[in-house]
Design a binder for this molecule. Sequence first.
Ligand code: 5GP
Length: 225
Amino acid sequence: MLPSSELPIPTGGQRTISPYYIEKSSFQLFSVKKKKKKEAMAAVSAFTLLRRNRGISTRAFSNVKSSPRPISYINYKFLLSIQSRRSLFRTTVINDEEASAQEAAASAESGAPTIFDKIIAKEIPSSIVYEDDRVLAFRDVNPQAPVHVLVVPKFRDGLTQLGKAERRHREILGELLYAAKIVAEKEGILDGFRVVINNGPSACQSVYHLHLHVLGGRQMKWPPG
Ligand code: 5GP
């Protein structure tokens, strides 16, 4: 029997594994073994629990193990290997975000135009939700919720991040917040939405042109990650 670390990976290297692919493969593996249907169902439901809450996954496995027809040891090991690979995948993604945030911070005060300057100048396309003479709101290219809109000042004026705000910025800061409310109204999420400003590398800020994230259209969780 192979140790979990040596079990075959469905696709290429660690970074190309899609959690969806792993879930699908595990389901197929179990569903082809018709005579072990009972075991398969127990395993899939244990895995579903594992997906939703790591805290209860151990309990789910204990229950399966102590049932009259326990899940076979190889399937148990296979599920554990999936769990550890999913953790690895999450860790890689998180580290990538943190690394690019550190990199962006290093050139934050260079004064160089950011990607948002190009969007404001309409040099690169974006899906604009709201615009006036001082503020632009456009959809995030990598949405974290059904509604995810970025609200930015058209003129950066030293506002690379909120932490650089000065008294003279109070008016534009108010306008940005008011624009966030207009966006929420236009997007039909006034009953529940979140406004986020990531400030600096430890908050994973990646673009050094002040921007508000307006998020909504799903149930938000607290505390945020
Ligand atoms: P931050 O991480 O700095 O708080 O947020 C920057 C946001 O800008 C990210 O959510 C990222 O997806 C978004 N973003 C980066 N480049 C582009 C782009 O070219 N177009 C759009 N629409 N959003 C972008």
